[in-house]
Design a protein around this ligand. Structure first.
Ligand code: DX5
Ligand code: ZN
Length: 218
């Protein structure tokens, strides 16, 4: 089963609550929350206060993607604001096991994110400790960028390892996902898909979301 996680980064922040409810009604499975610090990535988005504001509006799991340096300093704040998943970049975590343990200590499901050029081998020794791997298919920092095709073989590589080891880890894809780009990723074994502009730029969010989901399930 394919899960769709609309990214609120592409929503209209002036009416964020309505934008969350609208994608929930459209059939979203998770809400993707993109946190950017202007250091790890060249853009600033928002912090835990925004998560805190939208959490009570929906029962959907909050999937918090931290594109920040020193994530350990902010994990407690995001956990308390209602994160169900927190993913951290392997490129930003020199002490990755410590960070993952910290996330879990707050009862939040931990995941690791890989930039497009970061090899799967960088997370081979942490797979037993995580619930989620997020593959970036754009360089993080902005919505609406073009999907990087060369990530797809990495997805297949990890899906094979997960199967071989009998692990239960979700594979999520983030960046440039639409009705076309979801297809090779789903075929390679990914099950959770972030979509920002492909949903929020459309007037009919239900039609947009369901078309992406259907393409991934075929
Ligand atoms: C990129 C963010 C993505 C982004 C996706 O740095 O992590 O989640 O919002 O947006 P689209 O789907 O427009 O590429
Ligand atoms: Zn993201």
């Amino acid at each position: 089963m394919i899960k769709i996680a609309p990214s609120i980064l592409a929503a209209d922040f002036a009416k964020l609550g309505e934008e969350v409810l609208e994608v929930e009604k459209a059939g979203a499975d998770w809400i993707h929350v993109d946190v950017m610090d202007g250091h790890f990535v060249p853009n600033i988005s928002f912090g835990a206060v925004v998560l805190n504001a939208i959490k009570p509006l929906t029962k959907l799991p909050m999937d918090v993607h931290l594109m920040i340096e020193n994530p350990d300093l902010y994990i407690e704040e995001f956990a308390k604001a209602g994160a169900d998943y927190i993913t951290v970049h392997v490129e930003a975590c020199p002490h990755l096991h410590r960070t993952i343990q910290l996330i879990r200590s707050f009862g939040v499901k931990p995941g690791v994110v890989l930039n497009p050029h970061t090899p799967v081998e960088t997370i081979q020794h942490i797979l037993e400790d995580i619930d989620l791997v997020l593959f970036m298919t754009v360089n993080p920092g902005f919505g609406g960028q073009k999907f990087i095709q060369s990530v797809v073989p990495k997805v297949k590589q990890l899906a094979d390892i997960i199967k071989e080891k009998g692990l239960s880890i979700d594979i999520e894809i983030d960046g440039g996902i639409n009705e076309e780009t979801i297809v090779p990723c789903a075929q390679a074994g990914a099950t959770v898909f972030v979509a920002g502009s492909a949903i929020y730029s459309k007037n009919d969010r239900t039609q947009a979301l369901q078309a992406i989901k259907k393409a991934g399930e075929e």
